[in-house]
Unconditional design. Structure first.
Length: 255
């Protein structure tokens, strides 16, 4: 029997966007518009210098766009854009924000999967780089999540934790982590109300490092759904367009 009073959580999907990543933007738009969840809106915050042509890539696709200041400092630029995005989720009456970075391509059912865990913060893993041995030979891939109990250093009040490798999270289900980046992460607006975006202009660290440290300091647990490994694509531009995740998917369909 279904509950006739049940309402789907209202979701805002979005990201700070920048014109230097326009090479991947059409694929991002296709991915977010292809989500199968029934109640979500899409918003991007453009933090690059004003460009009607770049903005039209989004607006002609039916995606809402607002602007933030194109500061010279990229960390300040992204931080202010992300706070605008967070505020839009809070004051727009949304239950969650699904942060999908501009160079991350998600699978259609990712929202339903992340929501099913009923957690305040839960992310999906994707490949960020190759992991090599002392002889620079590839041995594994580093994923977008760090270990809760493996602290390597502390910088500007932030614990620098060891990153997971793919073999370490294979078939682990839902696990608690220190951080999972904001590349594909579902965050409750209750959390966004508690934590403001911050950065330090003297330290070259992304704002999500501070976000996850603040979550830990406030006792807000962060989770990772390892079942989504190899199902999220991270697109990098290395002398051209290189769909890193997609290329890996073809070679890891049995993982």
């Amino acid at each position: 029997m279904t509950n006739s009073n049940y309402k789907l959580p209202k979701i805002l999907v979005g990201a700070p966007v920048y014109s230097n990543k326009k090479y991947v933007t059409p694929y991002w738009i296709e991915a977010v518009k292809g989500l199968t969840y029934l109640d979500y809106d899409v918003l991007v915050v453009d933090n690059s210098k004003p460009s009607t042509k770049f903005e039209e890539v989004f607006t002609t696709s039916g995606i809402s766009l607002i602007r933030s200041e194109p500061h010279e400092n990229p960390f300040q630029r992204v931080a202010e854009a992300r706070q605008k995005l967070n505020d839009s989720a809070i004051f727009g009456g949304y239950d969650y924000l699904l942060s999908i970075e501009q160079d991350v391509m998600v699978s259609p059912g990712v929202l339903e999967i992340l929501l099913s865990h009923n957690k305040q913060i839960v992310g999906a893993p994707y490949i960020v780089s190759s992991h090599t041995d002392a002889n620079r030979r590839h041995v594994d891939y580093i994923v977008s999540a760090s270990k809760l109990d493996k602290i390597l250093d502390r910088v500007d009040g932030i614990d620098v934790n060891e990153w997971y490798l793919t073999e370490e999270i294979k078939d682990k289900g839902l696990i608690q982590v220190k951080s999972c980046s904001l590349g594909c992460t579902l965050v409750s607006t209750d959390v966004l109300k508690q934590i403001r975006v911050r950065f330090n202009s003297a330290i070259n660290r992304a704002d999500d490092s501070y976000f996850f440290q603040d979550c830990q300091d406030k006792g807000i647990p962060v989770f990772l759904d390892t079942s989504l490994l190899w199902k999220i694509e991270h697109v990098k531009r290395l002398g051209g367009e290189l769909p890193v995740g997609g290329a890996l998917n073809k070679n890891n369909e049995d993982k």
